[in-house]
Each structure stands twice: as structure tokens, then as C-alpha cells.
Design a binder for this molecule. Structure first.
Ligand SMILES: *Cc1c(COP(=O)(O)O)cnc(C)c1O
Length: 218
């Protein structure tokens, strides 16, 4: 994704990417940090590997025989096998994102006559079209909508339950009220979207949405 021609991930000092299995680029698990700051790069390299001064690989090659531990670090290393997957996935990313955009635009067009809200559809910049979220009308029961979609063979999900309502955050930031977030959190449903989807599958989902909206009216 980008804004004013500048890609996400290069704003600010640090950009973080997830390569979890549901992402536009996946290695199964893993992620990536970008930074232009040498001091942060050095610190991150240290922390991702137990705070150790030399890598197993260098010791294995005989470049180093010992090491020191400079910080209380982690094992946050993506491994060679998953990195190799990521390098191949990267070659397909632009093409896959263009396909996600194509199916998103088809959805917008075909669902335009329904009382749905499409968050971010008119926002600035280039979207990576990661998900296809819709906001249901107030008069529609979301649980029944999702059940009807399921009965028609279409999986849906919710992105995301508001974070401040999870037990951990509630116990720390209790009393926080975010009306818009909570409203969106109650009415949001995510429709299927993936690069190889095809026009036929999009139309199948569109028809299922029409049926489900009818069945889930309160
Ligand atoms: C992206 C994502 C994750 C993983 O995020 P990481 O930053 O890789 O830990 C987990 N669950 C959901 C629903 C996600 O969208």
C-alpha cells in the first residue's frame, strides 16, 4: 500500500510487516522490520537473536569461537526455509495485489445497490486490498447474516473485534469508550477475498450476500 507515492513501511523510523498465513505475502509465520536508522537496525539484530554478539552461522563457519550476550534478547529469527518462501512470494506480490484490487472493484460495483457501507473504499492512496470489509445496516442481525452465508457455503469473518474490549486491555484501560469503534465492531463482516478468486466466485458471494441480507433482517 502507498500514500502520495510513498509505500507503507517507510514512514517514520520503523516499519513492521507480518507474513502470517492470512497476509498478502505469507511465509506461514514470520515478519520483517524496516528501518533507515543504523542504531535501531543494530539493536533489532541483537534482540532478535538472544542479544548475542555473533550468529550461530558465523561460529559454524569458524569465523567466531565465542560470543557475548549484551541484552536480554529473544528468539525472533525467521529461518532460511521460510525466508526462501518469502523471496518467491515477493515476486508474485504486485500481480496478486492487482488481482485483489480487481475483485474488490467488482464487489463494490455489484454490491452498490445494497445498504452496505464499504470502509476505506474512497480513501486516498493505493490500498493493498488485504481484506474486503463491509458494515451491515443496523437492522440486520450479524450472527444470522453470517449463519446464512455459511449455509450457502460462504465463509465470512470479523476484522476485528475492538482491541480495548479484550480482557487484557479492559483490565488495564477500563472505562475506555470508543463509540465509533464499538459500532463498527458490532456491524462489520469480512467477505472472502483472495487473488485467484475469479469473477464467478465473486458473483456467487454477491448473490449469497443478497439472500443473507434478506434473511437476517430484524
Ligand atoms: C496478522 C495477523 C496475525 C499475526 O500477526 P503477527 O504480527 O505476524 O503476529 C494474527 N492474527 C490475525 C487475525 C492477523 O490478521
Amino acid at each position: 500500500a502507498s500514500l502520495n507515492g510513498k509505500s507503507l513501511g517507510v514512514w517514520g523510523d520503523v516499519g513492521c510487516f507480518s507474513f502470517f498465513s492470512n497476509k498478502n505475502l505469507s511465509t506461514g509465520e514470520g515478519g520483517m522490520i524496516l528501518t533507515n536508522r543504523e542504531d535501531l537496525a543494530e539493536k533489532i539484530r541483537l534482540l532478535r537473536s538472544h542479544g548475542m554478539t555473533t550468529l550461530t552461522y558465523d561460529r559454524h563457519r569458524g569465523h567466531a569461537f565465542s560470543y557475548d550476550v549484551l541484552a536480554l534478547g529473544y528468539n525472533y529469527r525467521i529461518d532460511e526455509i521460510h525466508s526462501a518462501l518469502g523471496i518467491e512470494q515477493l515476486k508474485k506480490l504486485s500481480r496478486n495485489n492487482a488481482l485483489r484490487k480487481k475483485w474488490s472493484e467488482l464487489y463494490w460495483r455489484e454490491l452498490a445497490d445494497l445498504p452496505l457501507i464499504f470502509p476505506f473504499a474512497k480513501s486516498n492512496g493505493q490500498s493493498a486490498c488485504h481484506l474486503f470489509p463491509v458494515i451491515l445496516p443496523r437492522a440486520v442481525n450479524r450472527e444470522r447474516f453470517m449463519q446464512s452465508m455459511k449455509d450457502q457455503g460462504v465463509q465470512t469473518s470479523i476484522h476485528y473485534p475492538p482491541i480495548h474490549q479484550f480482557s487484557y486491555y479492559r483490565s488495564r484501560y477500563n472505562q475506555v469508550v470508543l463509540q465509533n469503534t464499538e459500532q463498527a465492531g458490532l456491524r462489520e463482516v469480512t467477505l472472502p477475498l483472495y487473488p485467484t478468486m475469479g469473477e464467478e466466485k465473486v458473483m456467487l458471494v454477491v448473490e449469497a450476500v443478497r439472500t443473507a441480507l434478506r434473511k437476517a433482517q430484524d
